[in-house]
Design a protein around this ligand. Structure first.
Ligand SMILES: [Cu+2]
Length: 147
């Protein structure tokens, strides 16, 4: 009887848990690029409101041919970008995607990203949750760096 009751409650609760997002996306924006530049990046703060760690595992956007998760590392005194398989957000904590650190890399832009434009991205998390985020395009100062 008790077992039956628990599975009944789970069946009732599970769809709601999937619909509720455990991650808040705060102040997202994409970097404006000059004409002819093929790559850009998206930045935002990801806040994990749950008591379990969660990771951003992939991103999709119609703005570019390829969308990757990247970070920056210092190698032999040179700042370099590299792809990462996921970006972890600790429980009840946040991670910042910002210039010089984690970012969502847009490779092969389908059109120039101009200040004032809007661009969207679909985020997939290790929890199975998904978020569609629309963000403004802004001018951002970039350090010179190698890919
Ligand atoms: Cu990058």
């Amino acid at each position: 009887m008790k077992k039956w009751f628990i599975s009944f409650v789970l069946a009732l609760v599970a769809p709601l848990a999937l619909a509720a997002s455990s991650v808040d996306v705060i102040k997202p924006y994409a970097r404006a690029v000059p004409p002819g530049q093929e790559n850009s990046a998206m930045f935002m703060m990801l806040k994990n409101k749950s008591a379990r760690p969660v990771s951003l595992i992939s991103a999709q956007s119609s703005a570019a041919d390829v969308v990757e998760l990247h970070t920056h590392t210092m190698a032999n005194g040179v700042m370099q970008m590299r792809q990462v398989s996921e970006i972890n957000i600790p429980a009840n904590n946040h991670v910042s995607l910002q210039p010089g650190s984690f970012h969502i890399m847009l490779i092969g832009l389908k059109k120039q990203l101009k200040e004032g434009d809007k661009v969207s991205v679909k985020l997939h998390f290790s929890s199975g949750e998904m978020a569609i985020v629309e963000m403004p395009v802004k001018a951002v100062q970039m350090m010179k760096m190698k890919h």
